[in-house]
Design a protein around this ligand. Structure first.
Ligand code: HEM
Length: 499
């Protein structure tokens, strides 16, 4: 009898809470009205965790499907709002920029690696770096310096390497080749030091390359944990992945600090054209802050352009007609020269290559190097499409979903068609709020022009001189700091006869 009086109310309470949960669950799963954003049903107590656990491995595809089924192009999976709606992007990236800084969780996850560098800071600290870097990025001397480094890396390393592979018939991982190219390039630009990774000529350079790669991958692994407590606890216990992260960061920080110290000395005697010399010369910042600034720049240049080019070559392997059009564009530009030689194209010639520019832009539309961009809402807010955002929630726009949205690109959005960017033979840029590949608003990518110069120079050199045959058709992505190709891109190279 006594047992009954204890158990009955408990069971009744349990039944009621299950019933209440079921009502909530089904109420929320009702389809949205024609003008409302989709809100995913969440479970009591555990919220949306099961959705993230179930779909975490296919986050891009899952969120793209959800967004496509929402009338506004926005879906709430609290505490995250995923959107592919250009008016929402404009709202968070520009109009209401102050309310949407980088989130505290993200900053703390990447702090050990990136410190207070431009990618990992907000407010005054970010603004200071942004102003200094914007100035440097806009100097003519920097552009000339970039092209000079690209030319050296292409003519002295990339082309000889491809010729050797062509002769021997060996299979190359093009993604790895492009990543090594980009790392040499960005380190020369940032530190004035050439790690010679493409030529495999420097032990220090190789150590730096691997440590940087490992630190990037392991920091991303931290970010993928459902709760930051997990990596914080692992760090405290010095478990395997955190130990490896600590060791790789020690290598990266040690080498960069060494460069900073030596360049400080040199800058007093005149300095060079690289970023470090320019920052070191003003003497206003600590070595540690300069180290953080530089690491962010290496990260920006190391992953993005090779990822973009890897997908570009993968797409081109099934588009011979596009390859022919690019080759024709190069041939016409070359024919306008007085002296035909096989040197890399000049800055003006690269700028003239509108069709190649369009083909690269089109490839990044479908395979954006940075597919998602999160920010955190400081205050409660309402997005232009009516979606409610609570204080502390993340608003994440999906460049991946936007590139595949019929509402933005039309019914042929799934087709690779560089012509969509051309009008009367001239490249037509898209609004950065619709084409968010380089982000938009005050934090828009600083290296966009530099990235196009590099990508066009490399793509033109390879396509002009070589046939690239994809040996194994992989085409799956792996979400790291950028959307890399899982397992790389194995290719066979054949030298072309262009005389
Ligand atoms: C295809 C190549 C590239 C793509 C698609 C790309 C894309 C992006 C994106 C999406 C952002 C915003 C990231 C965020 O705020 O979380 C960004 C920021 C940035 N990018 Fe790029 N990027 C590329 C190449 C480069 C290169 C070569 C550099 C030069 C080193 C560079 C420098 C930067 C910098 C400094 C920022 C930070 C801007 C800020 O926070 O104010 N990017 N880029």
């Amino acid at each position: 009898m006594e047992l009954c009086s204890v158990f009955l109310p408990t069971i009744l309470l349990l039944l009621l809470s299950v019933l209440y949960s079921a009502i909530l669950f089904f109420k929320r799963s009702a389809p949205p009205k024609a003008t409302e954003s989709l809100v995913l049903k969440s479970y009591p107590v555990i919220g949306n965790l099961p959705h993230f656990i179930k779909n975490g491995r296919r986050l891009l595809e899952w969120t793209t499907d959800l967004i496509a089924s929402s009338p506004t192009g926005t879906v709430t999976v609290a505490p995250i709002v995923f959107t592919a709606n250009p008016t929402n992007v404009e709202h968070v990236a520009r109009t209401n920029f102050q309310n949407y800084p980088k989130g505290g969780e993200i900053l703390s996850t990447f702090h050990d690696f990136l410190g207070r560098g431009i990618f990992n800071s907000n407010g005054e600290e970010w603004l200071l770096q942004r102003k200094a870097a914007s100035f440097e990025f806009n100097t003519k001397s920097l552009r000339a310096f970039v092209l000079d480094k690209v030319r050296h890396e292409t003519v002295d390393r990339l082309i000889p390497l491809l010729k050797r592979a062509g002769r021997s018939g060996e299979v190359l991982d093009l993604q790895d080749v492009l990543e090594r190219f980009a790392f040499d390039n960005i380190c020369s630009l940032v530190f004035g030091e050439d790690p010679k990774c493409l030529a495999l000529e420097s032990e220090d350079g190789e150590r730096f390359y691997h440590a940087f790669h490992e630190a990037t991958e392991l920091s991303i692994e931290r970010a993928k944990q459902p709760f930051s407590l997990i990596w914080k606890l692992s760090k405290w216990l010095d478990l395997e992945s955190e130990r490896r992260l600590r060791e790789s960061m020690e290598t990266v920080h040690g080498l960069v600090e060494k460069y900073v110290r030596s360049r400080r000395k040199l800058s007093r005697e005149g300095g060079g054209s690289d970023f470090l010399s320019r920052f070191a010369a003003d003497g206003a910042h600590s070595d540690e802050f300069i180290r953080d600034i530089l690491i962010s720049f290496v990260l920006a240049g190391r992953d993005t352009t090779p990822t973009a080019l890897t997908w570009f070559f993968w797409i081109l392997s099934s588009k011979p007609e596009v390859v022919e059009k690019i080759r024709e564009e190069i041939r016409v530009i070359r024919s306008q020269r007085r002296n035909y030689d096989s040197e890399v194209l000049t800055l003006d010639e690269l700028r003239e290559m509108g069709y190649l520019h369009a083909a690269l832009s089109e490839s990044m539309r479908i395979y954006p190097p940075v597919p998602l961009r999160p920010c955190e809402s400081r205050r409660e807010d309402e997005l232009p499409d009516g979606t409610r955002v609570r204080k502390g929630w993340t608003v994440m726009y999906s460049t991946y979903a936007m590139g595949r949205a019929e509402g933005i690109w039309g019914q042929d959005c799934g087709e690779f068609r560089p012509e969509r960017w051309m009008e009367d033979g001239v490249f037509q840029p898209a609004s950065p709020f619709r084409y968010t590949v380089f982000h938009a608003g005050p934090r828009m990518c600083l290296g966009k022009d530099m990235a196009y110069i590099q990508m066009k120079a490399v793509a033109a050199s390879i396509l002009e001189g070589f046939e690239v045959e994809v040996v194994e058709n992989r085409g799956k992505h792996h979400l790291s700091m950028t959307m890399r190709m899982e397992g790389g891109l194995p290719v066979r190279i054949k030298e072309r006869n262009i005389s």
